[in-house]
Design a protein. Sequence first.
Length: 122
Amino acid sequence: MRPLWLVLGWAMVAVIIWLSLTPSPPKVDFEQSDKVGHFLAYGSLMFWFAQLYIARRTRLAYAAGFAAMGVTLEFIQGWTGYRDFEVYDMLANGTGVALGWAAAHPPQGLTRSWNGNAVNLL
């Protein structure tokens, strides 16, 4: 089952990359909706992978990778000519990553072994 969860997680990464670089991303019509979208996308992504990897070092690597991905995609957006570079989008991405990790942090004693890998029960 774990390989399926990994494939779904990496599919989420691919969708975020596509949404970040497509000329016509879906629009939600309320103020700062794009910031909310960035926050939710990166928060969900970090939460998802934090469920798959309990080790702090591994979670830190994913958090750093997702934050770097958000910064990189913002620079690429600025170079496309049809999307805008926005520092606040990077801030929303990083905040989402941090809160996704925090939401996934299991209280002591709420993990168990599943096929040799630690799995969060929350």
